[in-house]
Design a protein around this ligand. Structure first.
Ligand SMILES: CC(C)(COP(=O)(O)OP(=O)(O)OC[C@H]1O[C@@H](n2cnc3c(N)ncnc32)[C@H](O)[C@@H]1OP(=O)(O)O)[C@@H](O)C(=O)NCCC(=O)NCCS
Length: 170
């Protein structure tokens, strides 16, 4: 069984290679990938990416009525820290789906995976993303200047948001 958990409206499960077309809707959208650390995908590359995600333990599908509407990245760092990332189909943003699924994922990670601290790196211009972190109770811990190459040339600043197990109440 590859389903991790359900929420009121969604389920979160391991990626399947059959998720390729749904993932392509997300990764071929320039607006969605704008703040991501990779370029916009072609359809074929996104289908191949889904096959790679299906073999990885770090990528999860957020599913609404059998459709994959988002992906969650969850990756181990040192000493019980994990990094979380999330990317949603533009057509499904603005409905609280990211908050519902990422929030439940954080609960799952603290209770079942043994995470102690969960953090996210967010481009300082990506307000929707840091608002989501703030809705989830994550704290802005740091701001780093000119670290990652920007898509427009130059280098971007980013924030670190984080939350500890004992701080999470959702
Ligand atoms: C970051 C991202 C996941 C946020 O998605 P989102 O849909 O805005 O986030 P939420 O699930 O928290 O939804 C919040 C919005 O839904 C609205 N909403 C509607 N119904 C809701 C409900 N039942 N519950 C909660 N919120 C609801 C809220 O009012 C809010 O709207 P607002 O943005 O106009 O204030 C999304 O913008 C995205 O995928 N971006 C591209 C990829 C990216 O940048 N990822 C982050 C890299 S660090």
């Amino acid at each position: 069984m590859d389903i991790l958990f359900g929420t009121k409206r969604l389920s979160v499960r391991r990626f399947r290679s059959a998720d390729g077309d749904d993932l392509a809707e997300i990764l071929t959208d320039k607006e969605v990938t704008y703040f991501e650390p990779y370029d916009t995908f072609t359809h074929e590359a996104a289908v191949a990416e889904a096959a790679m995600f299906a073999e990885s333990s770090e990528f999860f599908s957020v599913v609404l009525d059998s459709k994959v509407i988002g992906k969650i990245y969850f990756s181990k760092r040192d000493y019980g820290t994990y990094e979380i990332g999330y990317t949603f189909n533009r057509k499904y943003q603005g409905n609280g789906y990211a908050c519902e699924s990422v929030g439940a994922f954080i609960r799952y990670a603290f209770d079942k995976i043994g995470a102690r601290r969960i953090m996210a790196e967010i481009d300082v211009r990506n307000e929707r993303s840091f608002k989501l972190c703030e809705r989830l109770g994550m704290r802005r811990e740091a701001e780093f200047k000119q670290v990652y190459p920007s898509k427009e040339g130059g280098y971007n600043d980013f924030y670190i948001y984080a939350i500890l197990k004992e701080e999470y109440s959702k």
